[in-house]
Design a protein around this ligand. Structure first.
Ligand SMILES: [Mg+2]
Length: 414
């Protein structure tokens, strides 16, 4: 089997409301690049990558000379072809490699008549549990709906999500407001869901001292872990030695070098595996095996997926023996998806692992056309800027927080 063509299409899909985070905001939508790898057998595999636009599409076009004529089943060869570690000093293509790896696995599964999970070792579970990923949200520009700013709004939002999707783990994305304000919000969540699990993630934005203060204040709650309270393995190590809650990261362990450094001098308890950041599903499986050997925790990270990447997270989650935490997904904030059949459904806080050959999802061409047109109209957005805080630079550590009393509605094109 040979690759004969490679196509990339940028889409933007609306969110229920803009999602606020420590570095800025998702301005009411996600921008994603959909990748199609076509083979001489007529099979087409699907991949997905964050961001998009002309430069992203041109990058994939530029890889045709690398890929056309190659066998999509030779995934280890593909790793060195696209992302040789020394050549990567000049051209970091890790996320591009990931999108192509997804597509090649999708092709292989279709060719062999098996779901990707079976190529990866076989399902240990038929569905993957997810956490309610809770964000502070700006009101929607159109009608002011969807705001999450106060503790009351947060609890109400979480209760609605639990009723809709069945979540029993609640993750709060912080790092937006002053830490004491976010602590009150987190405590309100804990009080509202005394039997559920909790986790908090301020996106590395605190100082070590702030992290210790916050970390000690939540030790009595049902925490899975405290995620990336500070930046860097050394910062995490300083915090870890002084609080009793486990630490997790999707930031400072995103490759095997960093994973090895963490094993040699422990700084983090739980590594959140992102199929994009790690360069594919298979590197995540390998990393999880290393963590299993050293009795370190793993979970599945979300970097703002549509249905294709969600499928990669489901196949990953299905095959990890040491997956003891609910996975993260932004997915429930989306208003729509680009796959056939529409958005995948949550049942009792979990999503079923696709069982059709390959990734088990297909593009809905009408939806791709609709959201590709929307991208052409709206373009990209500045993930690392806040629509209502012009001139603010998100430093690490940060001390200039958003004002929790500010109830303005951002004017965002949609
Ligand atoms: Mg995180």
């Amino acid at each position: 089997m040979q690759i004969v063509d490679l196509r990339a299409t940028t889409v933007t899909v609306p969110l229920q409301a803009p999602l606020r985070h420590a570095n800025g905001c998702h301005w009411g939508r996600f921008v994603r690049t959909l990748v199609e790898v076509e083979t001489d057998s007529g099979l087409v595999g699907l991949g997905e990558m964050g961001g998009g636009g002309e430069s992203s599409e041109a990058t994939f076009r530029g890889l045709k000379s690398y890929l056309v004529g190659r066998d999509p089943r030779r995934l280890e060869e593909l790793r060195f072809l696209i992302s040789n570690p020394t050549a990567s000093l000049y051209n970091n293509r890790m996320q591009i490699l990931a999108a192509i790896e997804f597509a090649c696995l999708d092709v292989m599964g279709q060719a062999w008549g098996v779901p990707v999970s079976e190529i990866l070792g076989g399902r240990l579970r038929d569905s993957v549990p997810f956490a309610a990923y809770l964000f502070f949200r700006y009101p929607h520009s159109r009608d002011g709906s969807g705001e999450v700013r106060t503790a009351e709004q947060l609890v109400e939002h979480a209760q609605r999500l639990k009723a809709q999707c069945g979540f029993t783990t609640h993750k709060l994305k912080g790092g937006v407001f002053p830490p004491d304000y976010e602590l009150e919000c987190y405590r309100a969540l804990a009080a509202a869901f005394p039997d559920d699990r909790l986790r908090f993630d301020p996106n590395s934005v605190w100082s070590v001292e702030e992290a210790l203060r916050f970390g000690r204040s939540i030790e009595h709650l049902n925490n899975d872990y405290l995620e990336d309270p500070v930046f860097g393995l050394n910062g995490m190590r300083r915090v870890r030695g002084k609080i009793r809650t486990p630490l997790a990261t999707n930031t400072v362990i995103t490759n095997f070098e960093q994973l090895a450094a963490n094993v040699l001098d422990l700084a983090v308890d739980v590594t959140l595996l992102d199929t994009t950041f790690w360069g594919g599903i298979r590197p995540c499986v390998k990393a999880a095996a290393l963590c299993e050997a050293f009795q370190l925790g793993v979970s599945v990270h979300s970097s703002g997926e549509l249905g294709i990447q969600l499928a990669t997270m489901l196949h990953l989650g299905a095959v990890l023996p040491n997956l003891t935490f609910a996975a993260d997904a932004h997915y429930h904030h989306l208003t729509d998806d680009i796959i056939e059949g529409g958005k995948l459904h949550y049942e009792a806080g979990a999503i079923r692992v696709p069982t059709a050959p390959g990734l088990g999802v297909k593009l809905n061409r009408d939806k791709v056309a609709e959201y590709s047109e929307l991208y052409k109209r709206l373009g990209s957005y500045a993930y690392d800027q806040d629509p209502l805080r012009p001139g603010w630079t998100p430093t690490i550590p940060n001390t200039r927080w958003a004002d929790p009393a500010d109830a303005r509605i951002p004017k965002i094109a949609h």
